[in-house]
Design a binder for this molecule. Structure first.
Ligand code: PMT
Length: 396
């Protein structure tokens, strides 16, 4: 492959797993220097990384340089990518706040290549709003993050914060180095998130969608070279790099936005959780409470996917089905009713599937009736499986 990268290892219990990452990257033909922070070298010896990376390891800004130039600058210039794995809350916080006080942080600050963090830390530290704010800020500055896994952590806590599996880190690094552009030229319209149906200026009907599934599809499609139009209900998510976003509130807004972009699109993927009903009338002023019970009369919203199905033509059309019972039966009905190429069905009552989380458990059913049951996986991985199927349909 002939690329040169820098692997930064920071001080966490997962530092030993970086040896597998370095070894796997070497097997793919990638040359590298490892930079260990002082704390990381308390967990794993520099000698181990030297042997596995087959190169000298840098631990200190002031160690005798191998070349007579300013080492953090020359390394930063030479690298095609910097991977930090594991990335502690400390290094993320330092980079987000412009602090460069050791070899790794100065090298990152001097670099112009893609920088990829694979965070690993205690679950409460990961969920800490300050850490999350730093991550969101860095994402907005085009730093990449490989989501940590969930599970038992070294400290005995259960939750999100485990370093992603080395294989996933290696695959992501290779994709960042050699982005596959197999969807170049395609115009992909993705819907995501919930819709919000007003009752009065204060209250509304909505659902639990976080937007993560749809945003993952939009992000992966953009990485694979597609032109991506995301139409999203209200979420807390950052618009992925290279994606155009239209923000909407109600199902009617989403309908209008989708119809406006329909003729542009070659592929439509509808991951949004759209309200089937809305109040017949949204009150213009706050509804005052009385001693009586209240009944809100609802009316049907347009079925956007069914309408797109009517106008499908040569487009590839993918729907989602969120069910709690009879998953296959209801999802299959939707393929026919909405004229889909395939549907991604998820049982939203299953742990690890559906709303909010970073994982999903999906069954993909196509119009010929082929059923593919997928295991629990990261939403980004599922997004790529969906996009692979889309690509196959476009090729046929
Ligand atoms: O956003 P996350 O927190 O990551 O959660 C992901 C998800 C659970 C929202 C996602 O995986 C999912 O299942 N999305 C579809 C949710 C849904 O509305 O399912 P449905 O079975 O009610 O609708 C079937 C399909 O018709 C969907 O593609 C939906 O976008 C579409 N639809 C539904 C109603 C409507 N009025 N118009 C539509 O276009």
């Amino acid at each position: 492959m002939g690329k040169y990268i820098i692997v930064g290892v920071t001080g966490g219990i997962a530092a030993y797993k970086a040896l597998d990452v370095v070894s796997g990257l070497r097997k793919k033909g990638i040359e590298m220097n490892v930079i260990l922070t002082k704390n990381a070298s308390e967990f794993v010896s520099p000698l181990s990384f030297q042997a596995i990376s087959n190169n000298y390891v840098i631990t200190d800004t002031f160690q005798e340089p191998k070349n007579w130039d300013v080492e953090h600058i020359s390394l930063a210039k030479k690298a095609s990518l910097i991977l930090v794995a594991p990335a502690t809350a400390n290094i993320i916080g330092k980079v987000a706040n412009g602090i460069a006080d050791d070899m790794l942080s100065t090298t990152i600050m001097a670099a112009t290549c893609p920088i990829v963090f694979a965070p690993a830390m205690n679950t409460n530290m990961y969920a800490n709003p300050i850490v999350q704010k730093n991550i969101e800020f860095l994402k907005s500055q085009e730093y990449y993050f490989i989501e940590p896994d969930s599970g038992w952590l070294a400290c005995g806590d259960l939750g999100k914060g485990k370093l992603a599996q080395p294989d996933r880190i290696i695959e992501d690094v290779i994709n960042y180095l050699n982005p596959v552009q197999d969807l170049k030229g395609q115009n992909i319209l993705v819907t995501a998130g919930p819709t919000v149906e007003s009752i009065d200026p204060m209250r509304y009907l909505t659902n639990h969608s976080s937007g993560k599934m749809g945003y993952a599809i939009a992000e992966e499609a953009a990485k694979r070279g597609a032109n991506v139009q995301l139409i999203s209900g209200p979420t807390n998510l950052q618009c992925p790099k290279g994606v155009n976003k239209i923000g909407i509130k109600s199902a009617q807004d989403m309908y209008d936005a989708v119809m406006e972009k329909l003729s542009w699109s070659t592929v439509v993927i509808k991951a949004a959780a759209v309200a089937d009903y809305r109040p017949v009338q949204a009150s213009p002023s706050k509804i005052k409470k009385t001693d009586q019970d209240m009944i809100i009369e609802l009316t049907r919203n347009p079925d956007i996917l069914a309408e797109v199905g009517q106008q499908k033509g040569e487009k590839v059309l993918v729907g989602f089905a969120a069910e709690t019972t009879s998953l296959l039966e209801y999802a299959t009905e939707k393929i026919n009713k909405k004229n889909l190429d395939f549907i991604v069905a998820n049982n939203i009552s299953e742990p690890g599937a559906g709303f909010q989380g970073d994982t999903n458990i999906a069954t993909i059913i196509d119009r010929e009736g082929h059923v593919e049951e997928l295991p629990k996986m990261n939403k980004a991985e599922l997004a790529n499986i969906i996009l692979n199927k889309v690509k196959n349909l476009l090729q046929n």
